[in-house]
Design a protein around this ligand. Structure first.
Ligand code: CU
Length: 136
């Protein structure tokens, strides 16, 4: 009887914990459709970008659940909320583009796809994907 009572308490406790902390939706992510991680490519490199759980929208205003792509070349992901710089290593696709061509020097490069809001504020590492490519 005691064991059953303990089990009931345990189950109730587990159920409570779940209700308190709803799981973060795992559906939101960005990914390079092309090239794939580890690929050997030639410059210019065709890049195809994809996002799941969010909507691509041209830059200009902040609308929850939307944003545009950025490609970081050999650069680190700006923290969530920080504005993504605009320079040779941080490319913005503020018209809502999902495809582009990158001119890269021969050698190994780290490419990061990053989603940011309508004011170019990073969604952080959770909405980024980093791959490594080798340019011939
Ligand atoms: Cu931007």
């Amino acid at each position: 009887m005691r064991i059953i009572a303990s089990l009931i308490v345990l189950v109730a406790f587990t159920a409570c914990k779940k209700a308190e902390k709803p799981e973060v939706p795992a559906a939101e992510r960005v990914l390079f459709t092309q090239p794939l991680d580890g690929a050997t490519v030639t410059s210019p490199v065709k890049v195809v970008m994809a996002v799941e759980g969010m909507t691509v929208k041209p830059a200009g205003e902040i609308v929850p659940g939307t944003g545009h792509f950025h490609i970081l070349i050999d650069a680190d992901v700006p923290e969530e909320g920080k504005i993504v710089p605009a320079d040779d290593n941080h490319k913005h696709y503020g018209k809502g583009q999902t495809e582009t061509e990158l001119t890269l020097k021969p050698g190994s490069h780290k490419l990061t796809l990053l989603f940011a809001d309508g004011m170019h504020q990073s969604y952080g590492a959770r909405l980024s994907q980093t791959i490594q490519v080798t340019v011939k």
